[in-house]
Design a protein around this ligand. Structure first.
Ligand code: IMP
Ligand code: MG
Length: 178
């Protein structure tokens, strides 16, 4: 596989399409086992997670629902900083087993700010499935319950992840060249 150039920066092949697909299946099997007999609600966070959500969710054999939301943060409205709000969460969360689908846990800020909004709606349980995590980049205490790959704190793109809007359509994951 060759390196690619996006917005003038060079990226090198990092995680193959085959490895990603195998991991999507593996995660779905774990969730199928853990939620046997339950009817969980998956909430995929746009934009980055749309491919992971699609490839993982198609292996879910439960009576599951999925909803897609976008998180919007408002700056400077409160003394505590940004407030993250969900756009498009039309499913009721109360008393449901909820599984959040994320592309990558980086600093953890996004989910750390959003999780209280979900907890306020009293889900029966709340878990996080993420394809990637960068543990050394974490500034906020959010841990994945279902994880694809642990990666170093280097910028990646492809498979839903973008660099300034581009690269989401690449079927595998690339890493920014040193
Ligand atoms: P966090 O709030 O810092 O955990 O990261 C939130 C979002 O930043 C992720 O859902 C991604 O959309 C984006 N992000 C973090 N790291 C990367 C990366 O290496 N490549 C592309 N997007 C990233
Ligand atoms: Mg992004």
């Amino acid at each position: 596989m060759e390196s690619i150039v996006v917005h003038g920066k060079t990226f090198v092949p990092y995680i193959s399409d085959e490895e990603i697909q195998a991991k999507c299946f593996e995660i779905a099997v774990k969730i199928n086992n853990d939620y046997k007999g339950e009817k969980p609600l998956f909430i995929a966070i746009l934009n980055g997670s749309f491919l992971f959500a699609a490839d993982m969710f198609r292996h879910i054999d439960l009576e599951a629902e999925i909803s897609f939301i976008k998180l919007v943060s408002y700056k400077g409205t409160t003394s505590t900083g940004n407030v993250v709000t969900a756009i498009g969460l039309d499913e009721r969360v109360k008393d449901r087993h909820v599984i959040i689908i994320e592309d990558i846990l980086d600093t953890g800020r996004t989910l750390y700010q959003f999780l209280p909004e979900l907890y306020n709606q009293n889900p029966k349980s709340l878990k996080i499935a993420t394809l990637l995590t960068k543990p050394t980049a974490r500034l906020f205490d959010v841990q994945p319950d279902y994880l694809g790959f642990e990666i170093p704190d280097k910028f990646v793109l492809g498979y839903g992840l973008d660099y300034d809007g581009l690269g989401r359509n690449i079927p595998s994951i690339y890493q920014l060249e040193e």
